[in-house]
Design a protein around this ligand. Sequence first.
Ligand code: FAD
Length: 401
Amino acid sequence: MANHRQPANNTDLFNPTEEHLALREMVRAFAEREVWPQAREYDRLEKFNRKLFEKAGDLGLHGITVPESMGGAGMDALASVIVHEELSAADPGFCLAYLAHAMLFVNNFYQNANAEQRARVLPKVISGKWVAGMGMSEPQAGTDALAMRTTAVRDGDDYILNGAKMWITNGAVDDTELGDCFLIYAKTGTAKGRALSSFLVEKGMPGFRLGQRIKDKLGMRASPTAELVFEDCRVPLANRIGEEGDSTMHMMRNLEIERLTLAAMSLGIARKSIEIMNNYASERHAFGQPIRAFGQIQKHLADSYAEYMAGRTYVYATAAELRLDSHGNRLDSDGVKLYCTTMAKNVADRAIQTLGGYGYVGEYHVERLWRDAKLLEIGGGTLEAHQKNIAQDLRRVATLR
Ligand SMILES: Cc1cc2nc3c(=O)[nH]c(=O)nc-3n(C[C@H](O)[C@H](O)[C@H](O)COP(=O)(O)OP(=O)(O)OC[C@H]3O[C@@H](n4cnc5c(N)ncnc54)[C@H](O)[C@@H]3O)c2cc1C
């Protein structure tokens, strides 16, 4: 899947090239055939579907933004939006595990690792044989990420890591087993903007262990979440990613694609919720007519559709401009996540309301979509964090384009 930029159809905002359209068709077929049928069960069991994850690897999805020369699909940010939108329409929980692997680890690692590290690790994570994640948040520091306490102290040809990372998606692949590798941010100094470095930490490294396995989440239950603990964990210098002190920039850059793809996940949730409530509104009769004849049901449908299309247009416009190898679009990567996550939660909520009692139980899926949507208002930046960032960035903008 080469990254050609010729539009397939100038008016198709959502599939600007033949490759984007082919990708969407391929992922939608996979999602409908293999992801949707397992979603309810894995949500109920609170289990990560590793086999399905490997199948996503067979389709080339884990290296969607990595060049073909390195074993990836060689596509752009807009392509990653397509994949997240389609997978999330079937199973947001599974899609969150995919996002943590493909965006927070693979894309982040590819952008910042050296040639030796890329050659050593990318084949394992792109194939899906290794499950990976990223550790930024800590028990005492989430929104205030730069207040993290995990330290990495140089000791000859190693670094010694001490601390803990909290809420790490793919931290565990089941109740007892760690994920395979992680990109871990740690403090290596105090200089403003140069205090953070990042490390490739692999399962089996001395001093690295699984902390609490976080269970009983409201939603996103098919994505495993865990605490990671580092006790005098010895990490070779060869596993430091980039130069010492460079990783505040790596983190800021990766947050942009993270927020964009979390917004894309919201689109998938909203689309599926609208499809379900739209069909139900025609099928369900009350007072001698389909419930879509009632103005209040029409409002649920119409408001949902219009808000979904507004969010979708904003996400694709932002994706078309986002460059993976630089940063500088925080305003709109925060903007799309701020708007689309609450939009998706509200749309899923209206879908439950439209279905009445049937909306409140698992069979029709909308309650699961609503529970999954709520996480998107918290993970990857809370709504309040986006409001703070947007207000800060707007201070530098006198007139809007
Ligand atoms: C299911 C799940 C998966 C996750 N996966 C990962 C992962 O893979 N990797 C990772 O690193 N992290 C992950 N996270 C962590 C997530 O990014 C954090 O939960 C999030 O950033 C919020 O941090 P916090 O929970 O510490 O809340 P806090 O930062 O403590 O915030 C608590 C409240 O205070 C508000 N607040 C804080 N600061 C301000 C401010 N300046 N102005 C206004 N309000 C403020 C917040 O908005 C929030 O309402 C995950 C979280 C969950 C729940």
